[in-house]
Design a protein around this ligand. Structure first.
Ligand code: BG6
Length: 481
């Protein structure tokens, strides 16, 4: 069993979780800037949708507290990226997934022209990556829609946002397209249903009518935008590739009771809805019926169906952290996962945050996705959030090595069975601010960042034991685990 030559290895980060420098270079506020630190919250709450109101957002924006809003400071990647890229290169990365902060180029999302300072920053970043032999994989939107659009017209609920996003994407392609060949439109596009504010800039209190309807309206607008920018990319750079990005919430029936199987099927139908549209080019009929029965309609306009059909993505990327089960029993024990609460699987261990560790689920996901779509796949997030201890400049993290080893074994097995896999980038190669809890103590990296949840520390970087292990895995293209 071996991975193909040229298999891409690396890591993934997102602008709002690493860059910091939230007010530098003319950057405008993004929804991530009001994500507060959640120190003692019950992990179950992390999975839930946090309510924001116009008043709470306005107050948060007027508050300069960097302790309470850690995404504003990130890990200072904005200034320290040369050092971090050098460490990634030392591990042997051939790919790094980063995202572009929309508000570094268009502070409110509505300007006619981009900010040259923002352009210069990303040009320097991608140029340095290329110099080190690291290919950029770039997400256009990763949980940071412009706050101005959220406050003005509920972000993606209003169709007008499509045009603004097209302008932003075109700028990215025109200005960075000579350095970037692989793009992703929306990170975990399905997430807008579970966390409308973070993904879509949707403020619940200002939604007219039903929130679920607003979420599906916004999702449709993101689908249209995704197809439209795929078309723009291919016109400008015919060889460049666009991918979609799905939260792969692999779900098993909790028991073999037929009712659990039916419930799981219904869940999976909505899970696959996004990829059916973005890769398959059309809404699946059963999912549409399922939504219609709940009173949700998709706001199709003339030309939408053709656009979706004619401009599907080139490859399918996804995040995979854990699996879930589904049960019709109301008293079934629940556990949090990646932005969800699911039914606990009695056969799996969980992390401190409740996420259930299931390497086989990665193989199940790869096989399901490849069987269903037959398009190349890319694992663009996978990893373990744990507390680490820095002792005498060292971090011993055998638990992380065990996690990755087990997942790589399953990944390689899936490739051996015939899955076409473009690459693997871990989440995250360096400790960063957690998307759900804004903690840094939920550490994912092969590189330790000396910073605590309140931002205290030197910010210095240290190689964990897993750093040297991953370096060996990459050098051997996965044969030495
Ligand atoms: C994914 C997101 O859902 O999970 C990342 O795309 C996020 O942004 C990652 O960081 C891990 O989740 P968390 O909440 O542990 O940071």
């Amino acid at each position: 069993m071996a991975l193909p030559e040229g298999f891409r290895w690396g890591g993934a980060v997102a602008a709002n979780q690493v860059e910091g420098a939230w007010r530098e270079g003319g950057r405008g506020p993004a929804v991530s800037d009001v994500a507060s630190y959640k120190p003692k919250a019950d992990p179950k709450e992390y999975a839930l949708h946090h309510q924001n109101t116009v008043a709470s957002i306005t107050a948060a924006l007027a508050d300069d507290d960097l302790e309470y809003y850690p995404k504003r400071r990130g890990i200072d990647f904005y200034h320290r990226y040369p050092e971090d890229l050098a460490l990634f290169a030392e591990m042997g990365f051939t790919t790094l997934r980063v995202s572009i902060a929309w508000t570094r180029l268009y502070p409110t999302g509505e300007e006619e022209q981009p900010l040259e300072e923002g352009i210069a920053y990303y040009l320097a970043l991608f140029t340095e990556m290329r110099r080190l032999g690291i290919e950029p994989l770039v997400t256009l939107s990763h949980y940071d829609p412009p706050m101005a659009l959220a406050l003005k017209h509920n972000g993606w609920v209003e169709r007008r946002t499509i045009g603004l996003f097209e302008r932003f994407a075109r700028t990215c392609f025109e200005r960075f397209g000579h350095l970037v060949d692989m793009w992703l439109t929306f990170n975990e596009i399905d997430g807008i249903i579970r966390h409308p504010f973070t993904s879509g800039g949707i403020i619940e209190e200002t939604v007219e009518g039903n929130l679920e309807q607003a979420c599906y309206t916004a999702l449709h607008h993101q689908f249209v935008a995704s197809a439209s920018v795929t078309q723009i990319l291919h016109e400008l750079y015919p060889e460049a590739q666009m991918g979609c990005m799905l939260t792969m919430l692999t779900t098993y029936p909790n028991t073999c009771h037929p009712d659990d199987v039916v419930a799981t099927q219904a869940k999976e139908r909505l899970l696959y809805l996004c990829t059916d549209v973005q890769a398959g080019g059309a809404y699946p009929r059963l999912a549409l019926n399922q939504l219609q029965r709940k009173g949700v309609t998709i706001p199709f306009e003339d030309g939408d169906a053709e656009l979706l059909r004619e401009h599907p993505v080139d490859f399918i990327s996804f995040s995979y952290y854990m699996s879930m089960t589904e049960s019709v029993r109301e008293d079934a024990e629940r556990t949090p996962g990646n932005t969800v609460l699911g039914v606990k699987n009695p056969f799996l261990p969980s992390s401190e945050w409740g996420w259930q560790i299931d390497p086989v689920g990665l193989r199940v996901s790869l096989i399901d996705l490849y069987d269903r779509y037959g398009k190349p796949l890319f694992i663009v997030e996978n990893g373990l959030g744990m507390r680490d201890e820095l002792e005498d400049g060292k971090i011993h993290d055998p638990y992380r090595i065990d996690y990755f080893r087990a997942h790589f074994e399953q990944m390689i097995q899936a490739v051996d069975e015939g899955v076409d896999l473009m690459g693997y980038v871990s989440w995250a190669p360096i400790d960063l601010i957690s998307a759900s809890s804004s903690q840094i103590s939920k550490r994912y990296g092969f590189i330790y960042v000396d910073q605590d949840d309140l931002g205290h520390g030197t910010g210095d970087r240290y190689r964990k034991d897993s750093f040297f292990w991953y370096q060996k895995v990459i050098a051997s293209n996965g044969t030495d685990l």
